[in-house]
Design a protein around this ligand. Sequence first.
Ligand SMILES: [Zn+2]
Length: 267
Amino acid sequence: MPELPEVETVVRQLRTTVCFKTIEKVVIKDPKVISHSVKKGLPARIIDIMRRGKSIVFTLDTNSYLVAHLRMTGHFHYVPQGSKVNSYQKYLSGTFHLDDGSFFTFNEIRRFGGIKNVSAKELENTFSQLGYEPLAASFTFTLFDSLLQRFPSAVIKTKLMDQSLIAGIGNIYAQEALYRAGIDPRTQIEDINTSKREKLYQELRDVLTLAIERNGTTIQNFSHIDGKGEFQDLLSVYQKDRCPKSHPIRKINQSGRGTYYCPRCQR
Ligand SMILES: [Zn+2]
């Protein structure tokens, strides 16, 4: 499932391909995925594209927003004017035609993701329960630590993935950050000392930043506009048999999700 780095990768590519263009027409093929509301107020110019957690937000000049969720398998294609490329037709949910003759599509295999048009008020409500952005300059260690300290008896991995505390971290990057910080994913927060919590904070931000530089992780079918992510080559524990120090990895189940960790490096 795409997490913060994968969604950020897509946002950066959408910015360079479709931002500042005008959506003239939307052809909806699957209204379960592309809400009819996206046709509201067209033509509409895209004046900004940003990420919040795992969501993509297009700001329109019509005082409304398009909110896109990739979920498991949603993805975008961008097709420049005159291009003969037709790979976008597979799992096509809808086509957004732009004023320069180019278009972009949203494609969804499993149909959990989607795009809808929302007002400023609805946008605010959508994100009101969402936690902090871990890569924001304002996300300091003091803030991170104060969030954790609210749940002394909670298991660390579960809280890293709690979207109401920190936005955008899922199963892969929680495990990778815990490996890098040398913390057993089952540890209760009250049992992690300050230097390890500081290390975790740093490693969390480092692993997310590094993954963005590598265009995210492609495990099953994440694809961004220009192809596949490459961070899977740098994973330490996720779906691995051995950690980077060649110790055997252990896989356990935590709240229904598989967790990989190294019992020797993480204690
Ligand atoms: Zn190890």
